[in-house]
Design a protein around this ligand. Structure first.
Ligand code: NAD
Length: 438
C-alpha cells in the first residue's frame, strides 16, 4: 500500500519505518524540517532499539522518504496515518491542536482528490474526539462526507518507547475503530500476518482502549510501589510478596475483577483494605492510592443510589441482597447498604434474593443484618413475581435465572442494572433502562 505518515515522532517514525520494512511504500510528513532531514539522510529522528538500521535500510531501498509537503503526500498515497502529538494542556486536558491542524490540512487536499482516501488516527485521543471534532473538520475542509467520499478510522498505537520496533512486529493486539468497513479492511491489511488478536470496534471504543490500558498500567505501578513502601516499613521483602502475587493467574493477573459492575463488599475486601491502610498510617507510610480504594467504592455505591432516586419513583424492587451470587453472606454487602439508604429515605422497598431466607440467617451474618436492616422480614419476599408486581423501579443486583425470567415481563418499569444483564447491550438503547457503568 502507499501510505503517508503524519508526525515523525516516536510513534510516526517507528510506524513509518516498520511499515516500509513490511513492503509498503511510505512517505513521512512532519512540520519540523529537521525530522524530515533525518529521514532524508537515512537516519531515524528518534533513538530506539533497531530503529537506526531499519530506517537506513528502508530509505536506501526507496521504501521510505519524508517531506513537509502535505498536498503531495496525500495525493500520492491511499491511506494517511496521523501520529502527531496530543500533549497535556496546562490544565491537564488533552491538547488536540496538532490533530485539528492535520485534519484541516488533509481535508483541504481531499477536496481536490478523486480517488478514495482513508485517514487513520493513531494518536491517543479521548472518546468523542474523532467523531465530534476531527471528522467535522475533515468534512468542512474537503466539502465531502466521511464514510461516503473518504474513510476514517481510529487505530491506537500500543508500542512502548525503548522496545517500539519489537512491539510493532509483536503487538499485544490490534484495535481498529471505524464506521465504514472499507477503511477497517484497509487498516487490517496494514498489519496482516502480525501476531495478536484484532478487534474491530466502534470509534469511541477504540479511542477509549488506550486510556483503559495506560491508566491501568499507571495503577499497577502505583499499587506495586505503595505495597513495596508498606512492606519496607514492616520489614518484609516486597519482591518475594509480588513473586507470589503475580504467580496467581486466577485472581490476580487475570481478567477477574475487571468488568465494571456494582460496588465490591463482603466480609474480606473492605476489612482487609481498612486493615492495610491503618497499618500504613501507623508506620507513617503515605498510600494515597490504597487509601482511596474504599472511598472510590463508596462513590460507586452513591452512583447507584442516585440512579434510583433520579427515577422520581418511590416503589422499588431490589433483586439480590447478598454481597455476591451464590451466597447468603450479607456482611458488608453493598446491596444491603443500598437498601438501607433507600429505606432511610422513605422509599417503599421490596427485596428478592433466592439465597437469603431470614429464618436461616445465623451468627455474625444475622447480627449484621439485624443492625443494618432490622425490618428485613417485612421487606424480603420469596416470590420474585411479587417483588416485580410491587416495583416501579427494578434495581437488579443479581442474574439468577428466576430474576432474568421475571425481568422479561418488566414491561415499562424502569430498570437500574447494577450487574450488566446478559441482554444489556440490547437494552441500553431502550427507554427506561439504565446501566451503572455501561
Ligand atoms: N510515545 C509513545 O510511546 C506513544 C505510544 C502510543 C501512543 N502514543 C501517542 O501517539 C501520539 C504521538 O506520540 P509521539 O510520542 O510520537 O509524539 P512526538 O511528540 O514524539 O511526535 C509528534 C510529531 O508530530 C509532528 N507534528 C505536529 N504537527 C504536525 C503537522 N501538522 N503535520 C505533521 N507533523 C506534525 C511534530 O513535529 C512531531 O515530530 C500521541 O498522541 C501519543 O499520546 C505515543
Amino acid at each position: 500500500m502507499k501510505i503517508s505518515v503524519f508526525g515523525l515522532g516516536y510513534v510516526g517514525s517507528v510506524s513509518a519505518a516498520c511499515l516500509a520494512a513490511r513492503g509498503h511504500v511510505v512517505v513521512g510528513v512532519d512540520v519540523n524540517p529537521a525530522k524530515v532531514g533525518f529521514i532524508a539522510g537515512g537516519q531515524a529522528p528518534v533513538v530506539e532499539e533497531r530503529i537506526g538500521e531499519l530506517t537506513a535500510d528502508v530509505v536506501r531501498r526507496g521504501a521510505l522518504r519524508a517531506t513537509t509537503d502535505v498536498a503531495a503526500a496525500v495525493a500520492e498515497t491511499e491511506i494517511s496515518l496521523v501520529c502527531v502529538g496530543t500533549p497535556s494542556a496546562p490544565n491537564g486536558s488533552l491538547s488536540t491542536t496538532y490533530l485539528e491542524r492535520v485534519a484541516e490540512q488533509i481535508g483541504t487536499v481531499l477536496a481536490g482528490k478523486d480517488e478514495w482516501h482513508t485517514v487513520v488516527f493513531r494518536s491517543t485521543m479521548l472518546p468523542g474526539t474523532c467523531s465530534g471534532l476531527l471528522i467535522p473538520i475533515l468534512e468542512k475542509a474537503s466539502g465531502k462526507t466521511a464514510g461516503v467520499d473518504f474513510g476514517v478510522a481510529v487505530n491506537p498505537e500500543f508500542l512502548r518507547e525503548g522496545s517500539s520496533v519489537r512491539d510493532f512486529f509483536e503487538p499485544p493486539k490490534t484495535v481498529i475503530g471505524s464506521h465504514d468497513p472499507v477503511s477497517a479492511d484497509l487498516v487490517a491489511r496494514l498489519y496482516e500476518g502480525l501476531p495478536g488478536e484484532v478487534f474491530r470496534v466502534s470509534i469511541p471504543v477504540a479511542e477509549m482502549t488506550k486510556y483503559a490500558d495506560n491508566s491501568f498500567h499507571g495503577l499497577k505501578a502505583a499499587f506495586a510501589n505503595e505495597l513495596g513502601a508498606i512492606c519496607h516499613a514492616l520489614g518484609v521483602d516486597s519482591h518475594q510478596v509480588m513473586d507470589v502475587f503475580v504467580a496467581d493467574r486466577k485472581l490476580n493477573v487475570s481478567p477477574a475483577y475487571l468488568r465494571p459492575g456494582f460496588a465490591f463488599g463482603g466480609s474480606c475486601l473492605p476489612k482487609d483494605l481498612r486493615g492495610l491502610v491503618y497499618a500504613a498510617r501507623r508506620a507513617d507510610v503515605s498510600v494515597p492510592l490504597l487509601s482511596h480504594v474504599l472511598p472510590s467504592n463508596e462513590e460507586h455505591l452513591k452512583r447507584a443510589f442516585d440512579l434510583v432516586t433520579a427515577s422520581g419513583r418511590r416503589r422499588i424492587g431490589l433483586f439480590g441482597l447478598s454481597f455476591k451470587p451464590g451466597t447468603d453472606d450479607l456482611r458488608e454487602s453493598p446491596l444491603v447498604e443500598l437498601a438501607e439508604r433507600l429505606v432511610g429515605k422513605g422509599y417503599d422497598l421490596r427485596i428478592y434474593d433466592a439465597n437469603v431466607t431470614l429464618s436461616r440467617l445465623i451468627g455474625a451474618n444475622r447480627d449484621y443484618i439485624e443492625g443494618r436492616l432490622p425490618h428485613l422480614g417485612d421487606l424480603l419476599s420469596n416470590s420474585v413475581d411479587d417483588v416485580l408486581a410491587h416495583a416501579e423501579v427494578c434495581v437488579v443486583g443479581c442474574t439468577e435465572p428466576a430474576v432474568l425470567r421475571a425481568l422479561d415481563a418488566a414491561g415499562d418499569r424502569m430498570i437500574v442494572d447494577l450487574v450488566r444483564l446478559p441482554d444489556a447491550q440490547k437494552r441500553r438503547a431502550t427507554d427506561g433502562y439504565v446501566g451503572l457503568g455501561w
